[in-house]
Design a protein around this ligand. Structure first.
Ligand code: SF4
Length: 457
């Protein structure tokens, strides 16, 4: 389940003859962010300018999120703000799959398109703000425009989802799994590396399902015969010489095959697996993929192959019918699994999701209390796991400076935005994108403290 990102606007570039300017508000998960990057890339290629503010824009695009009730409310609010500040608004993204809902609240919007409909968004913009005559194609880098810092980038390998989890409406909003051709994904990854990206974050709704819809179609890349499947994708990305991090992986048996690549240092020893629960009864009601797999056994095997593997996961508490016994089972799983990073959500009855109508809803107060208990336990586990890293020498990638001017980096075990940080005590600030070795000197429940190996003692 994706974590929400923040609203974003992109700096403008002024030219002698002023081109039409587009303002952009991007809400939602990393997958929505990639959609925004694609739209911005096409706009830039057609010669539009990107405006940093509502006033400087001739039209505003709002890329919405429709995952949780709170995200929907935020999206509707963002549309209202863009209308009030600018007046010419095109809406796209997950909430766009329900145009009637948007038009009921904001009938003035110019057009509404659904998620990953780049062509439809461009058509709507053309209709209301025609492109200039001479596109500045040479101004667009081959890897497109990115909203992430220069040293890391998200690589979206597929759209949609073939699962039907009962609490989720993503398949309704984004459709069934459609994997991108392997050669196309690898070409994009190469181009990102050529542009200076040092960490690739592989994303989708279900990364381990990559290629299933293409029936593992045979293909070739750089003279090598490959199949369109998860293992071949990981193996090829592992040849690029940059950090490769896997998000939204499910504990299917074939995931076992990529763990040796982690042990060999080809891809990062990191798995982001949204387990969501541990009680078989609740997992069944959630209609989770791989719910019947013996997850703890699988985790043990992975750690035998790659002892330093870090596992991140998310859980939902307060799912309809969740008893104290089910919740205790989840806590026992956490004690046993000793995961590195954990996020926990309280169940939200999203309109259109099957689970919204399930009997025995859990009172909100009780669900919140369970969330707090789960997070308290995880904080203890996380603190212990981080303390075990003190004294180790680790490579880290610098992200920037914190409010106090300290250099902030991440280890191989931490993804940007969602995991912890490594705070570096160095004589001088270290530029973002630098990869260096540090000695871990301290820890708390979330972060590590370190000194660079090449700083004078
Ligand atoms: S795997 Fe389940 S939760 Fe994730 S997008 Fe697919 S249906 Fe939704």
């Amino acid at each position: 389940m994706p974590a929400p990102t923040t609203a974003t606007t992109v700096p403008a570039r002024r030219r002698r003859k002023k081109p039409p300017a587009i303002g952009f508000v991007s809400l939602g998960c990393a997958k929505a962010l990639v959609d925004s990057e694609r739209i911005l890339t096409r706009l830039k290629a057609e010669g539009y300018a990107i405006a940093p503010s509502y006033e400087g824009a001739d039209l505003v695009v709002v890329n919405t999120c429709g995952f949780l009730l709170s995200a929907r409310a935020e999206s509707l609010e963002a549309i209202g703000e863009a209308l009030a500040e600018n007046g010419k608004v095109v809406v796209t993204g997950c909430l766009g799959a329900e145009p009637e809902r948007i038009l009921a609240e904001h009938p003035q919007v110019l057009a509404v398109t659904g998620p990953h409909q780049t062509d439809a968004v461009l058509e709507a913009i053309h209709a209301h703000l025609p492109p200039p005559h001479a596109p500045f194609l040479e101004l667009v880098p081959p890897h497109g425009l990115k909203l992430t810092p220069r040293h890391y980038a998200y690589l979206k390998i597929s759209e949609g989802c073939r699962n039907r989890c009962s609490f989720c409406i993503i398949p309704k909003l984004r459709g069934d799994l459609v994997s991108r051709p392997l050669a196309e994904v690898l070409a994009e990854a190469e181009s990102l590396v050529a542009a200076g990206v040092r960490e690739i974050l592989v994303i989708s709704q279900d990364t381990s399902a990559y290629g299933l819809d293409r029936r593992f179609e045979p293909t070739s890349w750089r003279g090598r015969a490959l199949e369109t499947r998860f293992l071949d994708l990981c193996r090829e990305l592992g040849r690029l010489g940059v950090w490769v991090r896997l998000h939204y992986v499910y504990p299917y048996p074939h995931v076992d095959q990529v763990v040796p690549l982690m042990a060999e240092g080809k891809i990062l020893p990191y798995l982001d697996i949204p387990f969501q629960h541990a009680s078989p009864r609740i997992l069944k009601a959630m209609r989770r993929p791989a719910a019947t797999e013996r997850t703890l056994e699988r985790i043990r095997t992975w750690r035998e192959i790659c002892p330093e593997l870090a596992i991140r996961s998310t859980f939902i508490v307060g799912f309809p019918g969740e008893t104290e016994g089910d919740f205790e089972e989840l806590l026992a799983f956490l004690e046993e699994a000793r995961l590195d990073r954990v996020g926990c959500f309280v169940f939200e009855p999203v309109e259109g999701a099957a689970a919204t109508n399930f009997p025995d809803p859990v009172p909100e107060e009780l669900a919140e209390e369970r969330r707090a208990r789960l997070m308290a336990l995880q904080e203890k586990i996380s603190a212990e796991r981080l303390a075990a890293k003190v004294g180790r020498i680790e490579p880290v990638l610098v992200d920037g400076l914190d409010e106090e001017g300290r250099t902030v980096a991440r280890s191989r075990f931490d993804a940007p935005e969602v995991d912890g940080r490594v705070l570096i005590e160095s004589a001088a600030p270290i530029p973002p994108g630098t990869l260096l070795e540090v000695r871990i000197t301290g820890s708390d429940a979330h972060d590590l403290v370190a000194i660079p190996m090449d700083d004078p003692p």
